[in-house]
Design a protein around this ligand. Structure first.
Ligand code: ADP
Length: 191
């Protein structure tokens, strides 16, 4: 039962690879971004409270996102998961550790996907043409998401690295090449 965090800047390809990895290893795939977009689309109270942050390219509040993950963990007991887009701040990582520990679980590893900045922006703009995601359409919002990533999220890699739970892969290349690199990391994990 693996719990793997797929990590990297917006546009690095986490979502695509997370889906494939989940299928390949028989794990669940949880994307906090997708859960948030679905709450917004369904016009729930939770969705309404997060809409402003997302459209500006800012992070949703930690307590809301941690609550979402807690609900997810409680309804998926005994199953392994690929976490895509979570944790995104050190506070989220700390809360996640406490939550997992109480459930007798732990993160196996974080895998960082490294992609050059200009490629990130190009990929997101391209995706925005058919994803219909409001936060993918404007270069300004995309740059802001990348800035937020650099200032608040990148440090989360250190959190896992200090705990010996970190691996990095080159995220530049074809989808198949990157997938293979990720599989190599997962296959080498102690089971
Ligand atoms: P991307 O990786 O391209 O930014 P996501 O779907 O992962 O796309 O996230 C979209 C948006 O949802 C983020 O810009 C952020 O506003 C919000 N979000 C997603 N996950 C989190 C999280 N763990 N904490 C706070 N906000 C989040």
């Amino acid at each position: 039962m693996l719990n793997i965090i797929l990590f990297g800047a917006p546009g690095c390809g986490k979502g695509t690879q997370a889906k494939r990895l989940a299928e390949h290893y028989g794990l669940n795939h949880i994307s906090t971004g997708e859960v948030i977009r679905s709450e917004i689309a369904r016009k729930t109270e939770l969705g309404r409270s997060m809409e402003g942050y997302i459209s500006r390219g800012e992070l949703a509040p930690d307590d809301i996102v941690v609550g979402m993950i807690r609900d997810y963990m409680e309804s998926h007991r005994g199953e392994g998961s690929i976490f895509d887009g979570f944790p995104r701040t050190t506070a989220q990582a700390e809360a996640f550790d406490i939550m997992l520990d109480r459930m007798g679980l732990a993160v196996d590893t974080m895998i960082y996907m490294d992609v050059p900045e200009q490629e990130l922006v190009d990929r997101i703009l391209l995706r925005g043409k058919d994803s219909g995601r409001a936060d993918d359409a404007s270069e300004e919002v995309i740059r802001n998401r990348i800035d937020v990533y650099r200032s608040q999220t990148e440090v989360v890699a250190e959190y896992y690295s200090q705990r010996g739970k970190y691996a990095g892969v080159n995220g530049h290349g074809t989808m198949d090449e990157v997938f293979e690199r990720l599989c190599n990391v997962i296959d080498a994990l102690p089971r």
